[in-house]
Design a protein around this ligand. Structure first.
Ligand SMILES: Nc1nc2c(ncn2[C@@H]2O[C@H](COP(=O)(O)OP(=O)(O)O)[C@@H](O)[C@H]2O)c(=O)[nH]1
Ligand SMILES: [Mg+2]
Length: 458
């Protein structure tokens, strides 16, 4: 990686922040990183603490008054999170204590850290790659155990390892192709050689499989947008209440009850889903209801997946077909044939219908809910408990897609023109896209964007 370690640059500022959440708690931690950490330790606790050993001490201000008593921990460079000297002052977790301690270290020359600046330094000093740094932020903000496990896998380098191995193969192929260019008389023979296509095949296959895992990994993190739509009274609000296991939306037998789009984040075995209940679609003279219907149409455009609720009794009415015509062609749809409890002979089941999958269920009794939940998991290719599932971000998906695009353009060049230079260039671009994932090749302003979304003190 062509990044000069921060601690080798002439003037590195020492940064400080409260690393624990604001508010009151048993323990609060002020973290200091940079060349002044040792000096700040001496001035605050009287001496340089033994590296990596907990010492119970008084924390003093510049007039030698005790601010608090607690544990001081010192991690000299390079064996620390950031790769710089780090001092951690673990005091009592009250806002005044934390404030005074922070003032003390700032008075001694540290400056307040920007959000994510500790992680940024860890990255710049080669302690973590970009994917791993992002995984720490995801680990802190995740909402389910499954997501936590995915973030940990990524933090441990699972995703980086797979991307790194692919980059290695690309480099090998590139050097083979480039050596062909250097001997123009043999170039055609070189490139016609099946080894090139074979290698390219293998790289493309591997990339496809990483993309699939990353897609799942991104769903783990970001979830899927699901819009519940249909005619008034079909049971949409009952369905969101059932999925969320609480009384969110008002349910009445009066058509047109729901006007505002109602958003809820739910979780099926660790898979996060953003579900929105919408106003039923029909012609209406009511001004408020018409606003609601306009919102429904917006939600339909935004959704990754649509649950179209119909009353089993009414079946596929003309009005329902009309609604479905407004769905974007690339959005997947599941038809919920609701209210089967009204028929003794109909039991929950799954079928393939004209619009896609159909689930016969009852939003009122909950019969068939498990069918719907499993179906949604399947739709996103989500397997719970699968080993090796890592977490990924949209940023990674975009870069993987770019890499795939360059590879397929390289393949075209190879089969149509057999021009080594062009193929080599496509391979180079594919490699750059992949390297941007781990941060080996990443523009500075992008780094700023990424780290600024992290929390303070991390
Ligand atoms: N029997 C039965 N009634 C239902 C079912 N789902 C909804 N309902 C009823 O249908 C009416 C409309 O439900 P609601 O959820 O408000 O429908 P929405 O207008 O689509 O949001 C209410 O009286 C519900 O109790 C169901 O599965 N079975
Ligand atoms: Mg409703």
């Amino acid at each position: 990686m062509d990044v000069r370690p921060l601690f080798e640059c002439e003037k590195v500022e020492t940064i400080a922040a409260v690393a624990t959440p604001s508010g009151r708690g048993g323990v609060g931690i002020v973290r200091v990183s940079g060349p002044l950490a040792g000096q700040i330790a001496r001035a605050t606790v009287g001496h340089l603490p033994v590296p990596r050993a907990a010492e119970y001490l008084a924390f003093l201000d510049t007039q030698n008054r005790v601010i608090d008593r607690g544990i001081a921990l010192y991690f000299p460079a390079p064996h620390s999170f950031t790769g710089e000297d780090i001092l951690e002052l673990q005091g009592h977790g009250g806002p005044v204590v934390m404030d005074l301690l922070l003032q003390q270290v700032v008075g001694l020359g540290a400056r307040i850290a920007r959000p994510g600046e500790f992680s940024e330094r860890a990255f710049l000093n080669g302690k973590l790659d970009l994917v791993q740094a992002e995984a720490i932020a995801d680990l802190i903000s995740c909402n389910s155990e499954q997501a936590l496990r995915g973030a940990l896998q990524t933090f441990h380098g699972e995703f980086s390892k797979q991307v790194g191995a692919l980059v290695q193969r690309l480099i090998e192929l590139r050097s083979y192709v480039e050596s062909a260019i250097d001997f123009p008389t043999d170039e055609i023979d070189f490139l016609d050689d099946e080894r090139v296509t074979e290698k390219l095949d293998r790289i493309e296959k591997r990339l496809a499989s990483i993309r699939q895992s990353a897609q799942q990994g991104a769903l783990l993190r970001d979830g899927m947008q699901i819009a519940i739509v249909g005619q008034p009274n079909a049971g949409k609000s009952s369905l969101i209440n059932l999925l969320a296991r609480k009384n969110l939306a008002i349910v009445t037998e009066i058509p047109g009850t729901t006007r505002d789009a109602l958003h809820e984040q739910i979780n099926i075995d660790g898979l996060p889903l953003h579900v929105v209940d919408t106003a039923g679609l029909r012609e209406s003279d009511d001004v408020v209801e018409r606003h609601g219907i306009a919102r429904t149409l917006d939600e339909i455009q935004r959704a990754d997946h649509i649950l179209l609720v119909v009353e089993e009794r009414a079946g596929f009415s003309k009005a329902t077909r009309e609604i479905a015509r407004g769905f974007p062609s690339d959005t997947s749809v599941t038809v919920i044939r609701n209210k089967i409890d009204l028929f003794e002979t109909v039991s929950p089941r799954f079928e393939q219908g004209e619009l896609g999958s159909e689930i016969y269920m009852s939003a009122k009794s909950g019969d068939g809910l498990a069918l719907l939940q499993n179906h949604l998991k399947k739709c996103v290719g989500y397997n719970d408990g699968s080993e090796g599932q890592f977490m990924a971000r949209r940023r990674h998906l975009t870069l993987l897609e770019q890499a795939a695009h360059h590879l397929s353009s390289g393949r075209e060049v190879l089969s149509s023109t057999v021009a080594g230079e062009l193929l080599a260039e496509d391979l180079r671009l594919a490699q750059n896209s992949l390297s941007e994932i781990t941060g080996e090749y990443t523009p500075d302003d992008l780094l700023g964007d990424i780290f600024s979304t992290f929390c303070i003190g991390k």
